[in-house]
Design a protein around this ligand. Structure first.
Ligand code: FAD
Ligand code: DHB
Length: 393
């Protein structure tokens, strides 16, 4: 059995765990990060792509935003398409000049891993955490297995940053934990394609056939999504069927174009909303997807995770530099207020843009919401502020 002793044991090397480890390092607080998967796997996992204004500033302020600033695409608006017409929402104009940045989640992860390794700080891949014990004492223990060997990490605190399928939230006893969930009756089929984007700004569309989203990663890589049935499989979606459907759902009377190219990556993701309360139990603190899931329509998942970490790192700093536990005690309630705001926004965007197959009343409401969001300045302002900078509001 291998044993480590550290100040903060971090479970999971997604955006949340890696950013927390990095900020703690800057604050002189020691941590050990344990990640179930290999480095190659986490660096290649294609997921989110939209970084809010305040979260981009956070990454820059902590020295993790250099490549994002150089290579990320700065955007000032989005387009919304419905009823075969296109409507631009001038996000920056309506949100005090703030912009958002398109930069892949796996690029953020690569940048943070490189920094961690440069610092010589502890980061173990292929280390699966099986249990977290004694969290109601001052000496919690994280148990993991690494290369077939049992590992025990003793820490002052544990940060559960291990996503929705991780071990952390299962440590909270049933009589303490409250779980709120909504499952949506559709999934997203996402592709990454070697094709120049045919649009400068992101396009969200509601078509009779379902949801569509046109995004990108660079001048030569497109990222596109289709709303599909939850039971759909990738085998049912040939390349031609995907491109034909994207083209049909994105077409307007004036602008039908989608650039096609080889599909580099594809996946189907179920859509759900989950909130776990509280986000703290004893000396275990949950951050990111370990505590909450949003449907991706508002592009909030990674931003929320990184915003939790900002609050948690500040609380650890107050504890270690001033022996002050006030911020640790406030952590869960402070985050949950913002988390529920993001849940509301993600739910609003999701329900507005995914037509129902059998509920004509719901479809009427959705189209009324779309008209309001695109034609009423007050409604567009609320949407804009939430889209570009919800986590700083
Ligand atoms: P994660 O990134 O999930 O990181 C958790 C880490 O913990 C993982 O590396 C995992 O391997 C590790 N782990 C899990 N269990 C253990 C264990 N027992 N021991 C050790 N390590 C463990 N958001 C958007 O905004 N837009 C999108 O388009 C979008 N697409 C998505 C597509 C998919 C398929 C998924 C699953 C999510 C998507 N999201 C999207 C959400 C966004 O990617 C997440 O909100 C974000 O990854 C949260 O970061 P995190 O660090 O909290 O969790
Ligand atoms: C992307 C993902 C989203 O969920 C979204 O709302 C916008 C863009 C993307 O992967 O680029």
């Amino acid at each position: 059995m291998k044993e480590f002793r550290t100040q903060v044991a971090i479970v999971g090397a997604g955006p949340a765990g890696l950013l927390l480890g990095h900020i703690l390092h800057l604050q002189g607080i020691e941590s050990v990060i344990l990640e179930h998967r290999s480095r190659e796997y986490v660096e290649k996992r294609v997921r989110a792509g939209v970084i809010e204004f305040g979260i981009a500033n956070l990454l820059e302020d902590v020295g993790a935003g250099g490549r994002m600033r150089r290579e990320g695409l700065v955007h000032r608006g989005i387009e919304i398409r419905y009823d075969h017409s296109a409507h631009r929402i001038a996000l920056s104009e309506l949100a005090d000049g703030r912009t958002y940045t398109v930069y892949g989640q796996q690029e953020v992860v690569k940048d943070l891993i490189a920094l961690r390794l440069e610092q010589g700080a502890a980061l173990y891949f292929e280390a699966e955490v099986s249990s977290i014990e004694d969290v109601t004492t001052n000496a919690p223990i994280v148990r993991a297995s690494m290369d077939g060997e049992d590992v025990r990490v003793r820490a002052d605190f544990v940060a559960g940053c291990d996503g929705s399928y991780g071990a952390s939230h299962r440590t909270i006893p049933g009589e303490v934990l409250r779980r709120y969930e909504r499952v949506y009756p559709f999934s997203w089929l996402g592709i990454l394609a070697q094709a120049a984007p045919a649009t400068e700004e992101l396009i969200y569309g509601r078509h009779e056939n379902g949801f569509v989203l046109y995004s990108m990663r660079s001048a030569s890589i497109s990222r596109l999504y289709l709303g599909v049935r939850p039971e759909d499989t990738l085998e049912q979606w040939s390349d031609d069927r995907i491109w034909d459907e994207l083209t049909e759902r994105l077409s307007t009377d004036e602008r039908p174009e989608v650039n096609r190219g080889p599909i580099l990556e594809r996946g189907i993701t179920a859509m759900r909303s989950v909130v776990i309360e509280p986000m703290r139990y004893g000396r275990l603190f949950l951050a990111g997807d370990a505590a909450h899931i949003v449907p991706p329509t508002g592009a909030k998942g990674m931003n929320l995770a990184l915003a939790d970490v900002r609050v948690l790192a500040e609380a650890f700093d107050a504890y270690y530099s001033k022996n002050d536990e006030v911020l640790l005690d406030a952590y869960s309630a402070k985050c949950l207020e913002r988390v529920w705001r993001a849940e509301e926004f993600s739910n609003y965007m999701t329900q507005m843009l995914h037509p129902s197959e059998d509920d004509a009343f719901e479809n009427g409401v959705q189209r009324a919401r779309l008209r309001q969001a695109t034609q009423n300045r007050e409604a567009a302002t609320v949407l804009s502020r939430n889209y570009v900078d919800l986590n700083s509001l």
